[in-house]
Design a protein around this ligand. Structure first.
Ligand SMILES: NC(=O)c1ccc[n+]([C@@H]2O[C@H](COP(=O)([O-])OP(=O)(O)OC[C@H]3O[C@@H](n4cnc5c(N)ncnc54)[C@H](OP(=O)(O)O)[C@@H]3O)[C@@H](O)[C@H]2O)c1
Length: 232
């Protein structure tokens, strides 16, 4: 049984990852900031007895990361995959009024959090055979595809997450762990909005195919939910 940890699993893509992973028979560790309020997520536990554990995690807090890793370590001796899904987008930023807090919050949640969490979970990932780390990036983090000003705190942080992925891929290669980053497409979640053309179901189904298919040759890649390469 695959043991998989997903962050930001109380809503949006993270919740859909938890749903589809449970349907596939995985053992799921699903994190969210407030488990007591995550009713859709905790509601999945009853239908999948013994296969879903919901744990608190605030990505911007080193203490929360350490506590999460301690709790996961008490529940499993290895992790087959880590899906760094949790992330934030500051909307309505305008050039001229960009706030330092928007940049630093985005960096803490979208860059430092996933890196520090992955680092802290490395011993559990190393104990699995061919473990994988999938980072949820975005086309908005592509330097090559950026031709207009928009959502700078988010875009800059996702570009940095892409660098995190390249660094992790390099450091993990000798340990049999494959780290890569993906874009889910423009998805109809709270972040993507109701007009987004891709459903969470289709984005996650595609991304789980990408996860399944990832061999060590996929280390350091940036692909979309169909598996197509994205320009850096
Ligand atoms: N939707 C899209 O079109 C799209 C496109 C490209 C990339 N993505 C990426 O896909 C991932 C999931 O997006 P989504 O559309 O599902 O977004 P969403 O609906 O806004 O959900 C974001 C999730 O991340 C969690 N989160 C945010 N900051 C956190 C922090 N500091 N610590 C812990 N959890 C935190 C949120 O928790 P709370 O509920 O507590 O806030 C929530 O569970 C994100 O990384 C996003 O950047 C999405």
């Amino acid at each position: 049984m695959q043991r998989i940890l997903v962050t930001g699993a109380n809503r949006g893509l993270g919740l859909e990852f938890a749903r589809q992973l449970l349907t596939r028979g995985a053992r799921v560790f699903a994190t969210c900031r407030h488990p007591g309020k995550a009713l859709a997520l905790t509601g999945l536990a009853a239908a999948h007895p013994g296969r879903l554990t919901v744990l608190p995690l605030e990505l911007a807090s080193e203490r929360s990361i350490a506590e999460l890793v301690r709790e996961v370590g008490a529940l499993t001796d290895a992790l087959d995959a880590l899906i760094n899904n949790g992330g934030m987008l500051v909307s309505s930023e305008r050039y001229g009024t960009i706030a330092a807090k928007s940049l630093s919050d985005s960096f803490a949640s979208n860059v430092a959090g996933p890196l520090l969490l992955t680092q802290a979970l490395s011993p559990l990932l190393e104990k699995a055979k061919n473990a994988k780390v999938m980072n949820l990036s975005s086309r908005l983090g592509s330097l090559a595809l950026t031709t207009a000003f928009g959502t700078p705190s988010y875009a800059i942080s996702k570009a940095a997450l892409n660098m995190v992925t390249r660094q992790l891929a390099a450091t993990f290669a000798p340990h049999g762990i494959t780290a890569f980053c993906v874009s889910p497409g423009w998805v109809s979640t709270d972040m993507g909005g109701a007009n987004a053309p891709v459903t969470p179901h289709d984005a996650v189904a595609g991304l789980l195919k990408v996860l399944d298919a990832a061999t060590p040759a996929a280390a350091g890649q940036f692909v979309d939910y169909t598996g197509a390469a994205i320009d850096w």
